[in-house]
Design a protein around this ligand. Sequence first.
Ligand code: ATR
Length: 272
Amino acid sequence: MKKYIVIGNPIEHSLSPSLHNYWIKKNKIIDSIYEKKKVEKKDLEKIIYQLKNDKLKGVNITVPFKKEILPFLDEIDEVVKSTLSVNTLVKIDNKVWGYNTDAEGFNNSLKWNNVFDYKGKNIFIIGAGGVTSSIIYNFINSVNKIYITNRTKKKAEEIKELYSYSKAEIEVIDWGDEPEVCDLIVNTTSVGLAKNENLDLKFKNYKNNHDALFYDIIYNPEETNFLKNARIRGNKTMNGKMMFLHQARIAFKIWTGIEVDICNETIKLLDQ
Ligand code: ATR
């Protein structure tokens, strides 16, 4: 049996098993299964050992281990070198490789149906958690300016520092403050996962701005208060469903070599 898992803590909410098992079945890959597993930091080394010994064929990593897994890896891809964030593991020639498919997944979600062209635009990133560096990775060579804010300011400054090698202009904004009106505003915090939660930002200057895109990487609930308020203001909105599907699609290709489609049936799998 070829076993794939997603590890994280918490992990109950993960829809990766539904999606990957759907693709496994659809592509008639026999003897394979994808499961979720709640782990602690102390278990990470064991997971690597299981990959090396073919007890596991592939691993996805989610919060809060995307960075913590780094010391255990033999090799990392270019995106991981920049983002310091890993979400996919595989063994190649007896070495455990760490890949980052979140960055490309986010990028593909914007390109999908020409949702948003960020070239030369101003971007406002809210949050500085595990996935934020992957999102910013796409912008460093092509946007005009990136603003970033986080409750714990030091973490936003660390992300700015991470990209100090690039030409990107990145400004850290105090938590609660808003920069000039931006073209794309991305919520990368976990605020909104619980129904009543809301960010303490008013976005007053965005009323009837039909061009600004408010993007929440959360996809469950489908419409967070961040997106609901944007919709009411007249802004464009998008949730994290497409990013989730695209990062999974790239991971599936790394493991199996198979390019899967993102069709309506796949999108519906996440409506649960
Ligand atoms: P981690 O910080 O361990 O990488 P994460 O889920 O990837 O975890 O990121 C959580 C993000 O949501 C962080 O930006 C976090 O802000 P802090 O760095 O200050 O913790 C943010 N976040 C979570 N709860 C929040 C809240 N109630 N208000 C504001 N930001 C919050």
